[in-house]
Design a protein around this ligand. Structure first.
Ligand code: C2E
Ligand code: CA
Ligand code: CA
Length: 578
């Protein structure tokens, strides 16, 4: 497969090449050109299978780049490399006729390779399809054929990204009565109005189609869980049941909605439609005007979500949470450099619940906001206790979720909490994930500046797995990049994992940022990181997350300058707690 990479940023080129090499994709031949001009020249004289296209080139930018490529070769599949993961932007690219888009610096070589392969396939099937046959003449929205096509694409994307696709199947209740009593004209107008209401209630990029008669379907991508789906479906029910004014009469109609999700319920797209249809019939049997999920398992999942959500709320009230601290160590002198605060929950009924289980539910339900402030409060209290005990000051980093960061008064609340405990802001570092900063870059940038002005440090967590690009790093006032554990795991295993770490370290160096490697478990990993210039490490090799009381002796030894014994202590703690 011959791939034309149109990208002028050498670091991005190297990152992509390394990611592809990492997949040992020996059949991929990559040619890199740095401008749109040279791209069109190459395409005019040589046959390529696919174009990977950056939209910020020295001689052109934006959607016109896609136009220019298509003007030269209307049949070549295009994958756009984007610096941002913006739904609307993605939709505009796909509407332009690009087959897919990839967010830059996505850590997964497999993702890139799959995207490339799917794009080629997709372009082929697109060329076969007749676009005119894809819309419903009455309502103007997509028809069944278009819907099926989109469903296939969406499930392919979901397979790649590990995300979910949700399918809503709607059938109006007793539409036949309207048709029979008021005539077909009224029926048609009702269908049109229903179509436009559904369309208005979904997000850009979601697909609404009329499957035939009074059946509609909605395809949703990227919803995080059944709670969100349920909310969406309930608001659809409410919207459709609002009165209609047709032929000088007020009409009331309800609908029944069946829901199924990929990959929970089925991996086969045709089965998905069938399942949603079955669920819709179930909804009708349950008394119409309601929503039914396809499987018992989905029901069960939804119930479990509700229970977990309720338990989290209670746990906050009853103070069942506590904070543990994991050391960050300067590997050169083995001295404690800082701590990361990590949340723990011991529930009287559930036992120890891992953050991997409860954090996503806390995020979806919004409990993460009070919970996040609670953690910051605890950390400040602990820091104060340590100060009163005469222990040395160490900076502590605190994880902050998107939901919390996006609160309009986030920086104010943080400042208030610090002031209330009389804590030096320089002691607190905020860990944010990449996606979070990118999502709403204008507002995020402002908020980060405010946090910096207060005096906090900013760290980008899980760096390399999300969607960063160089320009955003330059624009944001960031202090630290945390190299994600998945890359550290590949040290000594994969050449390309290693080159990604290299890329991150040199990127950080050029921007004068600190790097911290997380999940360091072996001496081999440590040696590699030290050799490449990453000195600050965090991981089981130096210590697991520990209770406040276990951290105190480590701090005390910092005072005694017993460098070696600190190291011994840390190593011991790690062994003991494993
Ligand atoms: P994270 O911020 O990436 O935190 C690092 C995770 O890696 C922690 O898992 C830590 O225990 C684990 N870890 C550290 N060293 C090693 C190692 O050498 N090997 C391995 N295999 N794992 C290691 P934990 O505590 O389960 O937290 C998971 C995630 O939950 C965190 O990932 C963070 O995203 C989230 N989280 C934890 N506490 C909070 C919090 O207070 N607020 C928010 N918003 N999120 C939190
Ligand atoms: Ca973290
Ligand atoms: Ca992390």
């Amino acid at each position: 497969m011959k791939l034309l990479l149109v990208e002028d940023n050498p670091a991005d080129v190297e990152f992509l090449a390394a990611s592809l090499r990492r997949q040992r994709a020996s059949d991929v031949e990559m040619v890199n050109v740095q401008s749109l001009g040279s791209a069109t020249e190459r395409l005019g004289s040589e046959k390529f299978d696919i174009v990977l296209l950056d939209l910020h080139l020295p001689d052109a930018s934006g959607l016109e780049c896609i136009d220019a490529i298509q003007a030269i070769d209307n049949e070549i599949p295009i994958v756009v490399l984007s610096g941002q993961d913006d739904e609307e932007f993605a939709v505009s690219i796909l509407n332009k006729g690009a087959q897919d888009y990839l967010v830059k610096w996505e850590g997964q070589g497999r993702t890139i390779l799959r995207s490339v392969r799917y794009a080629i396939e997709r372009k082929r099937s697109e060329l076969r399809l007749n676009y005119m046959a894809q819309f419903d003449a009455l309502t103007g929205i997509p028809n069944r054929q278009y819907f099926n096509d989109q469903l296939t694409r969406a499930t392919a994307r979901a397979r790649r990204d590990g995300r979910k696709v949700t399918l809503l199947f709607l059938d109006l209740d007793e539409f036949k009565v309207v048709n029979d009593t008021l005539g077909h004209d009224a029926g048609d107008r009702l269908l049109k109005e229903v179509a436009s209401r559904i369309q208005r209630s979904v997000r850009t990029g979601d697909v609404v189609a009329r499957l035939g008669g009074d059946e509609f379907a909605v395809l949703l991508e990227g919803l995080t869980g059944p709670l969100e789906v349920e909310t969406m479906a309930s608001s659809l029910l409410a919207l459709i049941s609002q009165p209609y004014h047709i032929a000088d009469r007020q009409l009331d109609i309800t609908t029944s909605i069946g829901i199924t999700m990929y990959p929970n319920d089925s991996a086969d797209t045709q089965m998905l439609l069938k399942n949603a249809d079955i669920a819709m019939y179930q909804a009708k049997e349950n008394g119409r005007n309601n929503v039914t999920f396809f499987t018992e398992r989905m029901h069960a999942e939804l119930m479990e979500y509700h229970e977990l959500e309720r338990d989290i709320r209670e746990a906050l009230r009853l103070e069942e949470f506590h904070v543990v601290y994991q050391p960050k160590v300067n590997a050169h002198n083995r001295r404690l450099q800082g701590l990361e605060a990590l949340l723990r929950w011991t529930s009287p009924t559930r036992g120890k619940v891992s953050p991997g289980t409860f954090i996503p539910v806390a995020e979806e339900s919004g409990h993460i906001i009070p919970l996040g402030y609670w953690v910051l409060n605890q950390v400040c209290q602990t820091l104060k206790t340590w100060e009163e005990k005469g222990l040395p000051r160490v900076p502590v980093s605190v994880n902050v979720s998107a939901r919390q960061f996006q609160q309009p008064d986030f920086h104010k609340r943080v400042a208030q909490i610090l002031a209330a405990h009389d804590i030096d802001p320089a002691l607190i570092e905020i860990e944010l994930t990449e996606g979070l900063v990118m999502e709403d870059s204008e507002a995020a940038q402002m908020e980060l500046l405010r946090l910096k002005r207060i005096g906090l440090r900013i760290s980008i967590d899980d760096f390399g797995t999300g969607y960063s690009c160089l320009s955003y790093l330059r624009r944001f006032p960031i202090d630290v990049l945390k190299i994600d554990r998945s890359f550290v795991l590949e040290i000594g295993v994969s050449q390309d994992g290693e080159s990604i770490i290299d890329a991150i370290i040199s990127l950080a160096r050029s921007l004068r940022l600190e790097t911290v490697a997380e999940g360091v478990e072996t001496n081999e990993q440590l040696d590699f990181l030290l050799e490449r210039g990453c000195h600050i490490v965090q991981g089981y090799l130096f210590g697991v997350p520990m209770e406040q009381a276990l951290i105190e002796p480590l701090l005390a030894e910092l005072n005694n300058a017993g460098v070696d014994s600190t190291a011994t202590r840390l190593a011991l703690a790690a062994v003991n707690r494993r």
